[in-house]
Design a protein around this ligand. Structure first.
Ligand SMILES: *Cc1c(COP(=O)(O)O)cnc(C)c1O
Length: 396
């Protein structure tokens, strides 16, 4: 470890403590709540409708349609459940394959396995941290063919490749237009994991609006939260109806009978959570502004130390959900993680790549040079919307 790395880590802790004006523990991302949040949740309690029926779920879904431009939004208990159903909507079946990136949160792969399908890993781009359209196209050229049935077959495994799931890492948009083009060329359904990227746009389109279906998450650490929650977005009315059906135990409408026409799920978001979501959506534009200011501050500081801050990619407006920078090498990354976490400043590496995890070690994969390069260097730093005092200060 060089002395310069030591000085950098020390200065980083100081800079983060100054930003958040506290001597106590600083988490990676915590939610912000105000009086409006309590009012909405109380209103749900007082209405008596705290479960999945009631105005709040409809209002929350409408707010998401409005914000993202999607025609339909279906709220779910969490983002993982949304992904599971989104893949089923995409037609993913047992013993098929779904291409995704090895650099993602494990939920992406778990949802693929819930369908009985197998993940296949391609590389990410250094610039976007998202699925590389070039790696995807190269993998398909080398290993796949479209047969007379119109489906994309993996020549090595003899299985159908049904879908592709890019993920917008830390909120930074992947190059979805190019990914969508490759998917169209190979008859793959595009399902976007936009769990981290509410408020991020690529070429003027909200993330998740390039795929046939996409998902969002409102887990406690995401840019807005419902405690736990997720959302399925689509422009396709039939898919939206099917999403509602599958997430409500596949129950057919009937005045009093219990008729379920397939194996469904209890995946609908409770109204009490949706009420919190409605309040959080009102705050989202402010959160986005404040997170951008925070990111700009970090960028200036990090770049002043001659290190690379992860900026929004060209053509994108990012929500800057999680700020991150690249350490000089894996050794420096490990030193910084050790140093900051020992001093109450929460930092995290990128996830362990999926192809290194026990359940996914055996999955087929492309060469993953960028995944390895980024994973060895990236450090996520505290990114909560700054507390009220300091954000007020920064507005003056
Ligand atoms: C948060 C997240 C999810 C899952 O969301 P939950 O609401 O926690 O189930 C899925 N994919 C990615 C990339 C995520 O970051």
């Amino acid at each position: 470890m060089t002395q310069e790395s030591g000085r950098f880590a020390q200065a980083l802790v100081g800079a983060i403590r100054t930003l958040y004006t506290t001597d106590t523990f600083i988490p990676l991302h915590e939610p912000r709540f105000g009086p409006r949040d309590s009012e909405h949740v109380l209103a749900a309690l007082e209405s008596g409708f705290v479960s999945s029926v009631g105005r709040h779920v409809d209002d929350f879904e409408a707010a998401l349609c409005d914000f993202t431009g999607a025609r339909f939004a279906v709220a779910t208990v969490n983002g993982t459940a949304a992904l599971h159903v989104a893949l089923l909507l995409g037609g993913v079946r047992a013993d098929e394959e779904v291409i995704t990136q090895s650099i993602t949160f494990v939920a992406t792969c778990n949802a693929i396995r819930y369908c009985g399908a197998h993940p296949v890993f391609v590389d990410i781009e250094r610039a976007t941290l998202g699925l590389s359209p070039e790696s995807l196209a190269a993998f398909l050229n080398d290993h796949a063919e479209i047969r007379d049935d119109g489906l994309c077959w993996n020549r090595d495994t003899g299985r159908v490749i049904r879908a592709c799931v890019p993920m917008h890492t830390c909120g930074h948009p992947a190059r979805s237009d190019r990914v969508a083009q490759v998917c169209a060329d190979w008859n793959l359904v595009l399902v976007e994991d936009a769990a981290e990227s509410l408020g991020s746009f690529y070429q003027g389109r909200h993330t998740g609006r390039y795929g046939q279906v996409a998902v969002l998450s409102f887990n406690g650490n995401k840019i807005i939260t419902t405690g736990g929650g997720g959302m399925i977005l689509t422009d396709d009315e039939a898919l939206a109806q099917r999403a509602r059906h599958l997430t409500t135990t596949a129950k057919q409408p009937h005045p009093y009978r219990f008729l379920h026409d397939e194996v469904g799920f209890n995946y609908r978001l409770p109204a009490i959570n949706a009420a919190l979501g409605c309040a959080q959506m009102e705050a989202l534009p402010d959160y986005l502004t404040q997170k951008r200011e925070l990111a700009n501050g970090y960028a200036r500081w990090i770049e002043g130390t001659d290190r690379v801050f992860v900026r929004e990619p060209a053509g994108a407006v990012s929500n800057y959900w999680l700020n991150a920078f690249l350490a000089r090498n894996a050794e420096e990354r490990d030193f910084i993680l050790e140093y900051t976490n020992a001093r109450g400043v929460m930092t995290r590496p990128l996830w362990t790549p999926m192809h290194e995890l026990a359940p996914y070690r055996g999955c087929q994969r492309a060469d993953l040079p960028n995944s390895a390069w980024v994973e060895a260097r990236l450090v996520k730093i505290p990114s909560s919307v700054p507390p009220v005092e300091s954000s007020r200060d920064s507005r003056r």
